[in-house]
Design a protein around this ligand. Structure first.
Ligand SMILES: Nc1ncnc2c1ncn2[C@@H]1O[C@H](COP(=O)(O)OP(=O)(O)O)[C@@H](O)[C@H]1O
Ligand SMILES: [Mg+2]
Length: 225
C-alpha cells in the first residue's frame, strides 16, 4: 500500500480529515450551492497534479476552466495535461464514464492517477430523483463501482453532494439518502453564512464529529480564517 495521504491543497481541510484524503475510501463534501464544494475539488486536483500525478475528474455540473486556472496558477496549462476530465451529460453516461475511467487507472503510466474526483455525484441523479427507487439503486451502484476502483488502485475518491430540504424532518439533508452517506467513510459539511463559511466534520472513522474550521473563498481557493 502507498503510505501517504494525498493532500487537499487546504492545510485546514487536511487537518480536519486527519492528514489528507484517505486512500481506498470515498470522502464526501456536501453543502448548498456556492458553499465551496467545487473549489475544494479543484484544489485537491491541483495538489495532486503538482505532485506529479494524474487526476480523473468527473464533472456533472460544468467544469470551469477559468476557476481551474485561478487555482492552478501559472502552471495551469502544464498541469491540465494530466487532468482527465469526463463530462457526462446524463445519469446513464455518468455510470459509463466511471467504468471508462478504469482504463486510466491501470498501472504502467508515467503519471499514475492518484485521485478520482466526482463533482457532483448527484447533479444528474437529481433529474431522475423523482423517478424513485430505480435512480437510488443506480446511484448506489455507481458508488460501489467507484469504491471498487479506489480499493483496486489504492487511490482516494472525493465526491461532492447537493442538499435538499427533508420536509418530514424539517432539516437539510444530503441527496442520495442513507446509501450515499453510508458508503462515504468521511463526510464534510459546508455551511454558508453571510461572510464566512464553515467546514464541519460530520463523519470520520477515527476523528470526532463536529470538528470544524472557518474559511473564505479567494482567487486561489479557500483560506482558513
Ligand atoms: N476568484 C474568486 N474570488 C473569491 N470568491 C470566488 C472566486 N471565484 C469564485 N468565488 C466564489 O466561490 C463561490 C462558488 O464556489 P464553488 O466552489 O463553485 O461552490 P459550490 O461548488 O459549492 O457550488 C461563489 O460564492 C463565488 O463567489
Ligand atoms: Mg459546484
Amino acid at each position: 500500500m502507498k503510505p501517504e495521504k494525498p493532500g487537499t491543497g487546504s492545510p485546514e481541510l487536511d487537518a480536519l480529515l486527519g492528514g489528507g484524503l484517505e486512500r481506498r475510501v470515498i470522502t464526501q463534501i456536501y453543502g448548498e450551492p456556492a458553499s465551496g464544494k467545487s473549489t475544494l475539488c479543484l484544489m485537491a486536483a491541483v495538489e495532486c497534479l503538482k505532485a506529479g500525478k494524474s487526476v480523473v475528474f468527473i464533472d456533472t455540473e460544468g467544469f470551469s476552466v477559468d476557476r481551474f486556472s485561478q487555482i492552478a496558477g501559472e502552471q495551469a496549462e502544464e498541469l491540465a495535461e494530466h487532468l482527465y476530465l469526463f463530462e457526462p451529460v446524463d445519469f446513464e453516461q455518468q455510470g459509463l464514464m466511471i467504468a471508462e475511467s478504469e482504463g486510466l487507472l491501470r498501472a504502467g503510466r508515467e503519471y499514475p492517477v492518484d485521485l478520482i474526483v466526482m463533482d457532483s455525484a448527484t447533479a444528474l441523479y437529481r433529474t431522475e430523483f423523482e423517478a424513485g427507487k430505480e435512480a437510488v439503486r443506480k446511484l448506489s451502484h455507481y458508488m460501489v463501482k467507484l469504491l471498487g476502483l479506489a480499493k483496486k488502485y489504492d487511490v482516494p475518491v472525493l465526491i461532492t453532494n447537493q442538499i435538499y430540504m427533508d420536509i418530514d424532518r424539517s432539516r437539510v439533508m444530503g441527496l442520495g439518502g442513507t446509501a450515499l452517506a453510508h458508503i462515504s467513510k468521511a463526510i464534510v459539511r459546508l455551511e454558508k453564512t453571510d461572510s464566512v463559511r464553515r467546514a464541519v466534520l460530520q463523519k470520520h472513522r477515527w476523528r470526532p464529529e463536529g470538528l470544524s474550521f472557518e474559511f473564505v473563498l479567494t482567487e486561489d481557493g479557500i483560506k482558513g480564517v
